[in-house]
Write a protein that binds this ligand. Structure first.
Ligand code: ADP
Ligand code: MG
Length: 339
């Protein structure tokens, strides 16, 4: 008799959760990505106690059909890719079909969703992977996800959580990146009853930057825009009068996805070169577009890292584009209104 057997689905989900769900902010990132993929124009986020006791994400996107709701929480269940070919040209933020089952394996989840404006939707409640309630309810179109008591059944993971303040700063970071990535979506973020972020959703990136970094910083940012046969870039880079002591205010977006990419950040810093005081970093939002076959997003469980197929060309392009932006427009220190 052999000793090798397949893990049951619940155990497999808990293991996947260990990779996908590191802390409350990873849950938030996955759920916002789902709302973005669903075409939402408003995303309202509420958190309590750094997201450990409660995280709620309400969107007005396409919603989930009542008969699909249970399936959405199954492992490898996705509406976003169907064939192996799709994997090499991903146009959505999600594609692995892992987030919902992973989150539901390690938290108490309530999902209310409706896929049209008939007012008819469905609610599903899952605790630690076990379905508790599934019934029809009246609901507006969109999806309303409430995640309570994250890691309630994985005490070892819970022990690693830091202070509320630290978890909150991770949550805020996710909101900032997503708001900068999607100026067309109106975001709100409230923590313990206080609204911390509110963006208009009118498509104006500078207004989003002002909401996050303040009006002075937003004023010091100049527009960047360049084209290449394989890539395009646009966004904002700050004149070196506004700097930070770390790289946190550098946001790199590839086809709308926030990524950590030295291949983009290094040429950005190179373009500033001697303009920056030592150990100071610029504020920047770099929005890169390229054909999906030129970037592999399937290299990291949280999809935070990507691989570019023509990396050295890309580096040269980014450096050139930033240099051009920094060189072509003089910084006007005062009197210029934030548009
Ligand atoms: P993935 O995003 O990789 O497809 P998820 O586990 O995050 O996997 O979600 C599973 C499926 O549930 C998605 O493919 C989508 O069809 C549906 N879904 C999840 N969240 C939402 C949402 N907010 N709005 C509409 N559909 C959603
Ligand atoms: Mg997803």
């Amino acid at each position: 008799m052999g000793v090798i057997r397949l893990l049951d689905e619940h155990l497999a989900n808990q293991i996947a959760a260990g990779e996908v769900v590191e802390r409350p902010s990873s849950v938030l990132k996955e759920l916002i990505e789902n709302a973005v993929d669903a075409g939402a124009t408003t995303i309202d986020v509420t958190a309590e106690e750094g997201g450990l006791s409660l995280l709620r994400i309400v969107d007005n996107g396409s919603g989930i059909e009542p008969d699909d709701l249970r399936t959405a929480f199954q492992r490898h269940a996705t509406s976003k890719i169907a064939t192996g070919k799709d994997l090499f040209q991903i146009v959505t933020l999600g594609f692995r079909g892992e987030a919902l089952p992973s989150i539901a394996a390690v938290a108490k989840v309530r999902c209310v969703s409706a896929s049209d404006s008939s007012g008819l939707g469905r609610v599903l409640e899952i605790e630690g992977g076990a379905i508790k309630i599934e019934e029809d309810v009246s609901a507006p179109q969109g999806t309303d996800m409430t995640i309570r008591e994250l890691f309630f059944n994985t005490p070892a993971r819970l022990k690693y959580m830091r202070t509320v303040q630290t978890e909150l700063s991770h949550l805020s970071d996710v909101i900032y990146r997503q708001a900068l990535a999607h100026p067309n979506i109106a975001f709100t973020f409230a923590h313990n009853g206080t609204t911390l972020v509110r963006t208009q959703g009118n498509g104006d990136l500078r207004q989003v930057a002002a909401a996050i970094y303040g009006t002075a910083a937003a004023k010091a940012m100049i527009e960047l825009s360049a084209e290449h046969p394989d890539y395009s870039i646009d966004g904002l880079v700050a004149m070196p009068v506004e700097t930070r002591s770390n790289r946190n205010a550098i946001t790199v977006l590839v086809n709308g996805r926030y990524v950590r990419s030295p291949a983009v950040v290094q040429p950005l810093l190179q373009a500033y070169h001697t303009l920056l005081p030592i150990n100071r970093y610029p504020l920047a939002v770099l929005n890169l577009r390229m054909h999906p076959t030129l970037v592999d997003v399937n290299v990291h469980p949280a999809k935070l890292e990507v691989r570019f197929s023509k990396e050295s060309e890309l580096r040269a392009f980014v450096e050139q584009a930033v240099k051009q932006a920094l060189g072509t427009q003089a910084y006007i220190p005062s009197g210029s209104a934030v548009r």
